[in-house]
Design a protein around this ligand. Structure first.
Ligand code: C2E
Ligand code: MG
Ligand code: MG
Ligand code: MG
Length: 282
């Protein structure tokens, strides 16, 4: 009996420690949001036909004073639970639009949204204001949503998505294939791009089932007339597989990790340089 109680208090202590570390992350995150200690890094989206960079996805990075770089996997869940995600994503939206406004006119920026932002009801004015303040044309902004948002089957979500698209903003379905959305949702929700989740891309070389899934997502996307992007492209063999299947776009460590804005500018400068050189040669 005493053994049992011993075990029980061990779990209690464990849970207490976890709650405390969450609480600490929450407090630090609140500070970081206020002091602009969070910043976007940008990962290229590459056109698989031409090899050109068509845009960048903004991914939040948190250089913590004591702990070094903390990964979003650790603090996004805390931000979602505490509602801090609204402030966090808002901050990222403004920063990303402002940075992208300085990039060449044919390069887009993609920003991740949380389902919570659709519930607070101020998403449309927020996006409108971020575009206006930065001067970024709406057609250069992509908003990434996940299938969990569609699960709510809410008419308010649907209306907001339509209104965002009416602004000229593009909507991408992130992590496609990992959620529970049924094909019928795809018909009723307006979107412009499907991002195949990296878990399917990861197994492309070795697993025939993954190949079949990727192939059917691509033909589904083509049937719907949307752009198809593969996430988490890490190897040449994954790349050639995706090319063979006709996938439009790729994103992953094979091309580049997410980088700070200063490096984006030089990356795009280099791309332009190469194009100008080959134009001269041609
Ligand atoms: P996501 O939107 O699906 O972003 C892609 C994630 O995959 C990023 O992780 C990226 O660094 C990682 N990744 C890209 N290429 C590769 C690859 O080749 N191999 C592997 N193993 N991973 C790759 P990250 O930056 O850790 O972000 C994780 C998630 O956190 C994101 O998934 C997104 O859901 C969320 N997130 C990040 N930034 C924000 C933000 O500003 N707002 C919101 N609401 N969520 C965000
Ligand atoms: Mg994303
Ligand atoms: Mg994703
Ligand atoms: Mg993801």
């Amino acid at each position: 009996k005493s053994d049992f109680r011993g075990t029980f208090s061990f779990f209690e202590a464990e849970m207490d420690a976890r709650a405390q570390s969450r609480r600490k992350i929450e407090l630090d995150l609140r500070d970081a949001i206020q002091s602009e200690g969070l910043r976007p890094y940008y990962q290229p989206l590459v056109d698989l036909g031409s090899g050109r960079i068509t845009g960048f996805e903004a991914l939040v990075r948190w250089p913590h004073p004591e702990r070094g770089m903390i990964s979003p996997g650790e603090f996004i869940p805390v931000a979602e639970e505490t509602g801090l995600i609204n402030a966090l994503s808002g901050l990222m939206l403004y920063r990303a639009c402002k940075d992208a406004a300085q990039w060449p006119d044919d390069v887009r920026v993609a920003v991740n949204l949380s389902p919570l932002q659709f519930r607070t009801g101020n998403l449309l004015p927020l996006v409108t204001d971020a575009l206006k303040q930065s001067g970024l044309p709406a057609r250069r902004l992509e908003l990434e949503i996940t299938e969990t948002l569609l699960l709510e089957k809410s008419s308010q979500v649907l209306a907001t998505l339509h209104a965002l698209r009416a602004l000229g903003v593009r909507i991408s379905m992130d992590d496609f294939g990992t959620g529970y959305s049924s094909l019928s949702y795809l018909r009723s929700f307006p979107f412009d791009k499907i991002k195949i989740d990296q878990s399917f891309v990861r197994d492309l070389g070795s697993n025939r089932d993954a190949q079949a899934i990727v192939r059917s997502i691509i033909s589904l996307g083509m049937g719907l007339g949307v752009t198809i992007t593969a996430e988490g492209v890490e190897t040449e063999s994954e790349l050639s597989c995706l090319r063979a299947e006709g996938c439009h776009e790729g994103q992953g460590f094979l091309f580049s990790r997410a980088r700070p804005n200063a490096e984006v500018v030089s990356l795009l400068g280099a791309q332009r340089g190469v194009e100008e050189t080959s134009a001269l040669v041609a």
